[in-house]
Design a protein around this ligand. Structure first.
Ligand SMILES: Cc1cc2nc3c(=O)[nH]c(=O)nc-3n(C[C@H](O)[C@H](O)[C@H](O)COP(=O)(O)O)c2cc1C
Length: 276
């Protein structure tokens, strides 16, 4: 595996930070400057901690240059801003029909691709419906599939609720898709170590990032239950590989409602343990 590990010897202060922070101990001081340990290179998971921890920006790896990274900590939001974001994001169930520009969605997905994944696998597949006309097809086919499942009494245990969904649809209310213009689904190959967590983390980061730029989101378990119940094979229609772990759907779009304050539910259930 070619790692393109280079040290700018003018900048390197031989502090050893890259050596200390490498989770797989693949770097050594050799003897004046850091270098890869050839027998351990295959352990590298390309986490780039060595690049990130170098105080002088002397280290490049995997073709990445330190000057192309965001500088820290000055780029981070404050604790107060993060608190407001976590407490202030809301499930959005009323959307404007206007699509979010494709370049905005692409930028968001590029950022979310930085979310952590087990062993830095980074195998998340982001299936996004950025075209409202496609969203309309998906909505219609899902509802028609549910209608058939209701008529043919094929609803599984605990899914009787879908009868109500179909009735509401016939009355002009979409209580599954909420008429959202977009949908995101993260799927992950089963070969990775932590597919479920990788998908959930990526979606969570997308949700929070969306809230910072005025895009509303709705986590959606109903869509997942519907697609695993009905006979339209929506995952195949959306080109999601059959063997992938499929996460929840996340609806998103410009909000048609604005919340002026947070809700109040600060009661955390804490199990604080002391063994000494
Ligand atoms: C995994 C998950 C699945 C959800 N599925 C649905 C859903 O199918 N339909 C829906 O309207 N809301 C769904 N929600 C939204 C929750 O009902 C919502 O998060 C909760 O009521 C709290 O409201 P808030 O998100 O505005 O704080 C889901 C939330 C999560 C985390």
């Amino acid at each position: 595996m070619e790692l393109h590990f280079t040290i700018d010897t003018e900048r390197c202060i031989q502090c050893g930070a890259c050596i200390d922070d490498c989770p797989f101990h693949i770097i050594e001081m050799a003897p004046d400057f850091p270098a890869l340990i050839p027998s351990r290179v295959h352990h590298c998971i390309r986490c780039q901690h060595c690049l990130a921890v170098c105080p002088t920006g002397a280290l490049s790896i995997a073709g990445r240059r330190p000057e192309d990274s965001l500088p820290l900590p000055e780029s981070l939001p404050s604790a107060g801003q993060m608190t407001a974001l976590i407490r202030g994001r809301r499930s959005m169930r009323r959307f404007l029909p206007d699509p979010v520009p494709a370049e905005t969605i692409n930028r968001m997905l590029a950022t979310v691709a930085n979310a952590p994944t087990g062993k830095n696998n980074r195998q998340c597949l982001f299936t996004v419906i950025d075209d409202p006309a496609t969203m309309e097809v998906v909505r219609r086919e899902t509802l028609e599939g549910l209608r058939r499942a209701v008529a043919e009494k094929r609803l599984g245990e605990g899914l009787g609720y879908f009868r109500h969904v179909v009735t509401a649809w016939d009355q002009g209310r979409d209580i599954i898709f909420r008429r959202a213009p977009h949908l995101l689904m993260v799927s992950v190959p089963p070969s990775v170590t932590t597919p479920d967590a990788d998908a959930l983390i990526a979606m969570s980061y997308f949700e929070l990032l969306a809230a910072t730029i005025g895009i509303g989101t709705l986590w959606n378990a109903m869509i997942r239950w519907a697609w695993s119940t009905i006979d339209v094979d929506m995952y195949r229609r959306l080109n999601i590989p059959a063997d992938h772990y499929k996460g929840y759907a996340l609806l998103f779009g410009r909000p048609a409602v604005h919340y002026h304050r947070t809700v109040q539910r600060d009661e955390a259930q804490i199990n604080r343990v002391r063994l000494a």
